[in-house]
Write a protein that binds this ligand. Structure first.
Ligand code: ADP
Length: 344
């Protein structure tokens, strides 16, 4: 489990989980048939229960919930199990066992916290490094654009091509860094969404026009329309559509067309992107939505990419309670279908 899932949970959920797990496990023991009840008197079994409850709580919610589970478990154990048969053993023994419980629970919670902290520092480092790399890269891009303009004006075509290449590669690097930054933000739960109303039809047209300019000669067609205003983050939804479209271009031959279709449904919109490219083998169709996953065919063909675009897209669509699915046949092409509710 990633740090993200822990960080995204609010305090109520984290501490609530700890209370529920503890109560459930102990209730289970108390509701057990009489012949099994003797097990409760066995300290090894109740120590195992403590380890289970504290590990689950600190794994789910970190140090605080881990400690809460420790105290709850120790408390319940002391008053429901140890105290019941205190006549058969000295009370000093009960206190010693209670002390051992607290130490064990504390250690488990601490180990879990150290793990989260290491995970957090790694994510912070990636975010900081990516941010620092972006600044000089933007400067390089700015100068490359300036160079392009000056050289084009002087008519030196060959040198102009070199300047174009610097600009393209700087764009590529920026895309990779932005993807890495987005994934890190998703991991630590800091991916921000704005709520705004926008027209999906015009956003799609804008993106297609941009890709037509960037991929001269590629046939990209658009059919249908939604005539709907949706409530979501325009930039993020645009990011998903751009990812689907650039993938369709990247993973299909230059001469084959890309077909985009817009459709409206009762409570939302549907956008499909169809290509006639390399396709995705059936067993890999689920995995491509995981981060850093790239299909075997893609890796064999050494097509550039980090395997992050679809992961980021699926996380965005999940946030809006929409759907992102793929239908694909190897060597025949793929169709990605995106569904976004009108209001999420
Ligand atoms: P990237 O393209 O950078 O590898 P993505 O997350 O966008 O990352 O895609 C993950 C993988 O899914 C790709 O590496 C590729 O194997 C597969 N894939 C995505 N879109 C298509 C497509 N239209 N046709 C074939 N394979 C695709």
């Amino acid at each position: 489990m990633k740090l993200a899932y822990f960080q995204k949970r609010n305090r109520l959920k984290r501490y609530g989980f700890s209370v529920i797990v503890t109560t459930l496990l102990f209730s289970l023991f108390i509701l057990l048939p009489k012949e099994y009840l003797t097990l409760i008197n066995n300290q090894t079994i109740s120590l195992l229960v403590l380890i289970l409850v504290v590990t689950a709580s600190s794994w789910y919610g970190g140090l605080g919930p881990g400690l809460l589970a420790t105290f709850l478990t120790t408390f319940i154990n002391y008053f429901t199990i140890l105290k019941i048969d205190s006549s058969s053993h000295p009370e000093t023994g009960d206190l010693f066992i209670t002390f051992v419980y607290i130490i064990v629970g504390f250690l488990i919670s601490l180990i879990s916290e150290v793990r989260y902290e290491a995970e957090f520092q790694k994510d912070e480092f990636i975010a900081m490094a990516a941010h620092e790399i972006k600044n000089p890269l933007n400067t390089i891009k700015g100068y490359a654009c300036l160079l392009q303009k000056k050289i084009k004006a002087s008519g030196k075509n060959k040198i102009s091509e070199y300047a174009d290449e610097i600009d393209t590669q700087a764009d590529r690097l920026l895309e990779l860094i932005n993807d890495l930054l987005d994934v890190t933000k998703i991991e630590v739960g800091k991916f921000i969404y704005k709520d705004e109303l926008f027209d999906l039809d015009s956003l799609t047209e804008e993106i297609i026009n941009h890709q037509r300019i960037a991929n001269i000669g590629k046939v990209i067609t658009l059919t249908g329309s939604t005539h709907k205003i949706i409530k979501a983050d325009r930039y993020r939804i645009g990011q998903v559509i751009t990812n689907l479209l650039t993938n369709a271009i990247k993973y299909s031959p230059q001469k084959s067309p890309i077909k985009i279709r817009l459709k409206s449904k009762k409570d939302g919109v549907i956008l499909t992107v169809k290509d006639y490219g390399i396709g995705i083998p059936r067993p890999e169709q689920k995995a491509i939505f995981k981060h850093f996953y790239r299909s075997q065919r893609t890796r064999q063909r050494k097509i550039e990419g980090l395997g992050l675009g679809l992961f980021i897209s699926s996380q965005i669509i999940k946030h809006y309670r929409g759907k992102l699915q793929v239908k694909s046949t190897e060597t025949r092409g793929s169709t990605f279908c995106l569904e976004v509710p009108k209001n999420y």
